[in-house]
Design a protein around this ligand. Sequence first.
Ligand code: GLU
Length: 319
Amino acid sequence: MSKLIVNSADSSTVFQQELEELINNHRQDANLGKVATYIPELAKSNPKHLGVSIRLLSGEIVEAGDVRVPFTMQSISKVLTLALALMDHGEEYVFKRVGMEPTGDPFNSIVKLETIHPNKPLNPMINAGAIAVSSMIRGNKVEKKLERVLTFIRKLSKNSEISYNEKVAESESKTSDLNRALAYFMREHEVFEGDIEEILEFYFKHCAIEVHCLDLANIGAVFANNGQDVETGETLIPPKIARICKTFMVTCGMYNASGEFAIQAGFPAKSGVSGGILGTVPTKMGIGVLGPSLDDKGNSVAGVKLLESMSDRWNLSIF
Ligand code: GLU
């Protein structure tokens, strides 16, 4: 196991070579999964892509593989909307409406909404919880809420160009009966009130925010730095809120494989059905991965294995 210190041109080259070697070792893992098709537009992704960007807290960037391919955040956006809802309303308000417990069920499951009382969703990382969180983001119109999320994400990622992919948002909106069912069920049980189609339009659009691996690495670096900008030290997310988000990423970020990921890789991460993964290694680095071929839980099959190997190689587990 080598130690991860990049303090000279030489060590930076070694790190780069090691990362490229790991990418090459894991490329064929994509054959073990398939791209998501339930959002028709995502079915067009190339299952063979695999890329990773790392932003160290010391400032350096190290990247390997297909890092120039844009992809939508999907569930990764749930971490950012949660942070924003907590910044908008505080913990008491948010956690009165959404819980803090992992479910062990698939991300789009409806089952616990009916069996658990009160009927609030178990956590903000599953679809039901994220839809409830979407209803909390301040702004009187979808455009206003979306602008706020985009402004927040652009600031964290240091990329002012970030926007959302209209085709992906539309494609999801046309096929999303299950998310509609979750939303109607929750409104009936007073988890939230308001116009369901507007809340869902905002939810689909923030899931369709388009990024590159480096954007996720930069966002992960802010979380790794307790919510502070890595270069300026400015507080972008209050430290307690950054901590809450990272804790949810550990307990629920990798769907119902979060326990296994915590054991094998051991740092906060959030995946999305586009094949993206946002990783954050406290005090060390932010990581952005793309690998659109998914396993049966919805996680990037090659991406997860790559992160596990990186953790092994550089001793990244926080446990
Ligand atoms: N927009 C997706 C959905 O609601 C996000 C799912 C995911 O990435 O887990 O189904």
